[in-house]
Design a protein. Structure first.
Length: 326
């Protein structure tokens, strides 16, 4: 049936025939140092996509390349070496070894690779410091909170210095406050390490907060793959639109995502705002200005303009923007 479909897979037709389509015609690239967040509802295919890319699940068709190497052409030994040396994985379950301490849990994958006990423990201690668990390195998992256990899992996956990091809903089991702390920690780590990351979540707020780009999946199909700002401002399908309609846009969009270009000489306000500023943080100041406000980059160079009408549009929607700015 798959061969007869010629790549045009209808999930409903396959389901009626007793087949489940996990991932359907997903084609994309992930750039070095990028954080691509894959999201969708349960059963949308996001975890299956991650498992296919890491070859924990074998695909029925297609190609998977990492640094030019074809994963589908690799034998078992080559695949094991790739996973040991280039991939780090963190899943929903922490999967810590209960009889080993924090330090021993983190050092374990290094010892599996054949690294000496002294060197693996030294590296593990560096990871303990990185995830802010110093002082707890000799604790056992049962003595840690859920958030601390998650940090151990993250430290263990980072210990092997992977080029690519796969995270499958790593924070979903955590309480909201701990989850927020872990997101902060994760962003801090990424700011230091600049890993290439595929991060799976069903939480749109989490995706908006973490992602360089977001892929939204439904029935195994990637409905839209774009920057968070473009997905919020320009949803490609009705399904994506439903994801974004409840999002408080002023809390997730940056000024540069709604600014206007500079055309010729413009009489500007004395106020300047950063293009990377979240709209919520500058909206009140911009609304108080009669003149357009300059949007500047890190070098204080003007890269665009923002008007009060831009803020009104984001805060109140199109109809109110026309009414209030008119």
């Amino acid at each position: 049936m798959l061969r007869e479909s010629d790549g045009k897979v209808d999930a409903k037709v396959f389901q009626d025939a007793g087949c489940v389509v996990g991932v359907n015609n997903a084609s994309f690239e992930v750039h070095k140092g990028e954080m691509l967040v894959v999201m969708g509802l349960s059963g949308s295919g996001k975890s299956t996509l991650l498992r296919c890319i890491s070859r924990l699940t074998d695909t029925t068709a297609g190609e998977i390349f990492i640094d030019g190497e074809d994963l589908l052409a690799m034998n078992g030994r080559q695949l094991i070496e790739l996973r040991r040396n280039k991939m780090g994985m963190v899943f929903q379950s922490f999967a810590l070894l209960p009889h080993k301490t924090v330090l021993e849990n983190i050092a374990f994958p290094l010892q599996v690779k054949g690294i000496s006990t002294a060197d693996s423990m030294k590296r593990a201690m560096e990871m303990v410091e990185l995830v802010s668990l110093a002082g707890r390195e000799n604790y056992f998992p049962r003595q840690l909170s859920g958030g601390q256990q998650q940090r151990v899992g993250i430290a263990r996956s980072l210990a092997v210095e992977p080029d690519i990091w796969f995270l499958d809903e790593p924070f979903s089991a955590l309480d909201p406050l701990i989850r927020k702390e872990m997101q902060d920690e994760f962003l801090r780590l990424q700011g230091v390490l600049h890993k290439t990351i595929l991060f799976v979540t069903h939480d749109f707020s989490e995706a908006l907060r973490l992602a360089d780009r977001i892929a939204i999946m439904k029935d195994g199909v990637i409905e839209q793959l774009d920057t968070p700002a473009n997905i919020v401002l320009n949803p490609a399908t009705e399904y994506v639109s439903k994801f974004t309609e409840e999002v408080p846009r002023e809390k997730v969009l940056t000024v540069k995502s709604v600014m206007d270009p500079v055309n010729g000489q413009v009489d500007l306000s004395n106020l300047k705002v950063s293009g990377d500023a979240i709209i919520e943080t500058v909206a009140e100041a911009v609304l108080a200005e009669q003149k357009p406000v300059a949007v500047v980059d890190d070098s204080d160079k003007t890269v665009g303009l923002v008007h009060a009408s831009n803020m009104i549009h984001i805060l109140f929607g199109k109809s109110n923007a026309a009414e209030l700015s008119g």
